[in-house]
Design a protein around this ligand. Structure first.
Ligand code: C2E
Ligand code: MG
Ligand code: MG
Length: 516
């Protein structure tokens, strides 16, 4: 769709008026000629007599001036009309096209959708509406600045435009949301287009000498199955997009009615979370960590809990909603302060308190300062605090910034562990450049350990490699004696899991400690 194809209502009105003006002038000229013929007034004769009577007026020159003025007037009017046209085009461009991506904006995209649906109804073809929302776009703005953020939006829009067929419409709804409209005269064409759109994510973007992989969530709704009006289809594709964001499938999700129910349940949970945040309706549990060398409890991992209407909300779900709704920093800080406070009642001087930190929280510019403040608030010894970061916290293009943060934490005496190691994307090569203390091997590896000799070999190689890089190794999710024995054999330093101890409340722990 090009700018020149667009006509605003005002432009149409002006064109219509110009046509009528031309018509009126012709009518008036014809009328005057008719009157002069009827009344036998010979205009040229009259003009001739007039000029003879006023010969001293230099009539030739006057006529010439009048002629030049007429020609000048025509030229001037022509130029102004051209200016007006350019102005109208610019105004309509701004009103209908997004200035960053040069794609149709929200108003125009929705107009296109309405027109496409009219045609689809008349010519009986199907149509698809794809709603796309970039993931973590705010982080790009925060990290690289708004100019680079705009550049990324522009590059993304460009890629999107190249991934669709000629005649398909790609628009930017605003912020980090895009809309793709496809006419489906041939249903077989849909799958390749969807695959091309999906694969946009595989190619990195170059920003500030960094290659940035950028993901999006997308949902698709099809006319007439999922809705017959522009509003319904937009809503359905938005819900499907939201579903894709929450489930993180990385696919373009097709709308189903079931998604609406899930969405309402999720909305409910989000508003419950806001209330819970206000009333601080959370509590912490602590799971012991065992040293395999001396069979002593060397620390506890703090795990947040949320009980809602008598039922426990799964912690992974709580963390994800908190991340999606932007409350993760608040919740993370609450958990940190609560854990530090609770630890005063049960943690011994030779034990450590491990606190989980999400990537988003870790990436905050004042993260190290926040931790320092919390420690000094409780006068908690830094060497007794372990911060558990996930691998994803390190998989970022701001690696220097990450290194600085980890180094600053280490200089304060705080220990840093990598949680759920092995299931993320980071590699030992990258980790060896960071002053990390401990790798916590994900529980899927611990569980696989007993399954086959091959799994055992893979895990023991991983452990050996990490040991050579001077990392302590802790296995997560130990559920049986068999697993614990194998971990011993491999040379793992520490272990955590239900077999060693279930996560327990503060009251339970205090009672346990005082009975010893
Ligand atoms: P994580 O840090 O890897 O924590 C270990 C999870 O495994 C916990 O799940 C724990 O209850 C569970 N677990 C422990 N032993 C076993 C076992 O033997 N078998 C099995 N199947 N599971 C075991 P939980 O409490 O549901 O927490 C899930 C995740 O939520 C945590 O994984 C952590 O990433 C996050 N999380 C928990 N508490 C916090 C918190 O206070 N702040 C932040 N930012 N994240 C938290
Ligand atoms: Mg953890
Ligand atoms: Mg873990």
């Amino acid at each position: 769709m090009k700018k020149k194809d667009i006509q605003t209502g005002l432009e149409k009105e002006i064109r219509k008026r110009a046509k009528w003006d031309f018509f009126y002038i012709c009518v008036i000229a014809l009328l005057l000629s008719y009157i002069s013929v009827i009344t036998k007034v010979d205009l040229f004769e009259q003009l001739y007599f007039f000029s003879r009577q006023h010969e001293h007026w230099e009539m030739d020159e006057i006529t010439l001036i009048v002629l030049w003025c007429g020609l000048g007037g025509i030229f001037y009017a022509y130029r102004r009309v051209q200016d007006l046209r350019a102005l109208l085009q610019e105004v309509s461009g701004k009103a209908f096209f997004d200035q960053v991506s040069q794609l149709p904006n929200r108003v125009y995209s929705l107009e296109c959708l309405t027109q496409m649906l009219h045609q689809a109804e008349r010519l009986r073809f199907r149509a698809a509406v794809i709603f796309i929302d970039l993931d973590n776009f705010k982080m790009v703005n925060d990290t690289y600045g708004h100019a680079k953020g705009d550049l990324l939006l522009q590059m993304f829009g460009e890629r999107l435009r190249h991934s669709v067929r000629k005649g398909d419409i790609v628009g930017r709804l605003g912020g980090d949301e895009y809309l793709v409209l496809l006419e489906l005269t041939d249903e077989n064409e849909l799958a390749p287009v969807l695959e091309r759109i999906r694969s946009i994510q595989d190619e990195p973007y170059r920003l500030d000498e960094n290659d940035l992989i950028f993901r999006f969530s997308a949902g698709i709704a099809i006319y007439p199955d999922d809705g017959e009006t522009a509003t319904d289809l937009l809503k359905a594709s938005d819900i499907a997009m939201y579903h894709s964001k929450v489930t993180r499938t990385g696919q373009i999700e097709r709308y189903t009615d079931h998604m609406t129910e899930t969405l309402y349940a999720r909305y409910q949970l989000e508003s419950d979370l806001k209330l819970a945040l206000q009333n601080k309706n959370f509590y912490m549990e602590y799971q012991p960590q065992l040293s395999l060398k001396n069979e002593q409890i060397v620390g506890y991992e703090a795990l947040i809990r949320w009980e809602l209407r008598g039922k426990q909300v799964p912690t992974t779900q709580l963390i994800q909603i908190a991340e999606d709704t932007g409350h993760i920093e608040e919740i993370g800080l609450w958990a940190l302060y609560q854990a530090l406070e609770d630890a005063q009642s049960f943690l011994q001087a030779n034990q450590r308190l491990a606190v989980n930190i999400t990537s988003r929280h870790f990436w905050k510019s004042d993260f190290v300062y926040q931790i320092e403040r919390a420690l000094s608030f409780y006068e908690f010894p830094p060497h007794q605090l372990v911060l558990e970061l996930t691998e994803s916290a390190l998989v970022s293009d701001i690696f220097d910034d990450i290194r600085q943060k980890v180094t600053a934490l280490r200089e304060l005496g705080i220990l840093v562990a990598i949680d759920d190691f092995g299931i993320g994307y980071s590699c030992l090569g990258r980790l060896k450049d960071l002053p990390i203390n401990c790798l916590k091997i994900d529980q899927t590896f611990t569980h696989a350990l007993v399954n086959s000799e091959r799994d055992w070999y893979v895990i023991s190689t991983l452990v050996n490699m990490a040991k050579h890089l001077n990392f302590l190794i802790m296995a997560e999710g130990v559920e049986s004696k068999e697993q614990l024995d194998l971990l011993h054999q491999i040379g793992c330093h520490m272990a955590q899991g239900y077999y060693i101890g279930q996560p327990a409340t503060l009251t339970h722990l205090v009672a346990q400690t005082s009975s010893l």
